[in-house]
Design a protein around this ligand. Sequence first.
Ligand code: SF4
Ligand code: SF4
Length: 290
Amino acid sequence: MDRNELALIISELYGSVEGNTVDYTDPSDGQEKKLVMYDEPIFGISDATDPLYGSFKSESIIGPWYRTPAEWLEGAHSVISVFFPASAAVREANRRSSRTASREWAYARIEGQRFIGAFMTELAARLSEQGIKCIYPSGDPGFFSITAGKGSGDSPKDPETGLYPGASDTTFGSCWSERHAAFVSGLGTFGMSRGLITRRGMAGRYGSLVTDADLQPDTRDYTDPYEYCIKCGACAKRCPVGAIPKDAPKDHTICAPWITATQRELAPRYGCGLCQTDVPCEYQIPKRND
Ligand code: SF4
Ligand code: SF4
């Protein structure tokens, strides 16, 4: 397996995996329409033993609950990170929103995430057919997230606090991070909104596989985790609840409750992402004079 073979499989799966299109009613004119949620993905490859993965266990980055590729898969050799750019229809709808996310954005978050899960599962199956061992951490039964200190699913709990051991009520994280895998895999750097700025911009979602495939890692053309962010403050201005401070990354303790609250208008879906649309990094890596 080399990069070109992998590119061919990913391109073919984009055309064959079902679920990237939903039927919806356009709220602006009441017409039934079809929404394609994601454009063809791009991908990056990293060395599973890259020391950056181990560094994410630091409390100041993700935390000790983070699992490195080797902890997901014995003999892990490479990580494949796939970025699914939100379609123009999804982005444009969210650009028009100033408080609650558009219905289109919410579809891309919920139904779109299901599509991405199906895509990554099928990609793992294709690689397995070639004798490659794969784990899709975000879709694995062992995956858990921590929201305001509380672990999801069957994750351990401190008997006294009910929180994940060692976490506080301001802890947000998970045992695997798609954005961090994408950063190590050369796809882009973080922005003040904590999304990742790629060559296809920030608006979109990720999936990744930990594999034992002997793939050549991609080169990172950055060293600073925030190198592509021009600190323009546009995302902070777009945020309806002031979750992005003037000169610091997003505050999860403000953002997360707001995203949950959007269910009042978007149920059974939810979402926000206003900070990822109508900003200089929405579609591309912004230039310093943007
Ligand atoms: S909108 Fe500006 S400050 Fe916010 S992440 Fe994008 S480039 Fe950085
Ligand atoms: S920081 Fe959170 S609440 Fe603010 S715009 Fe971004 S997703 Fe929405």
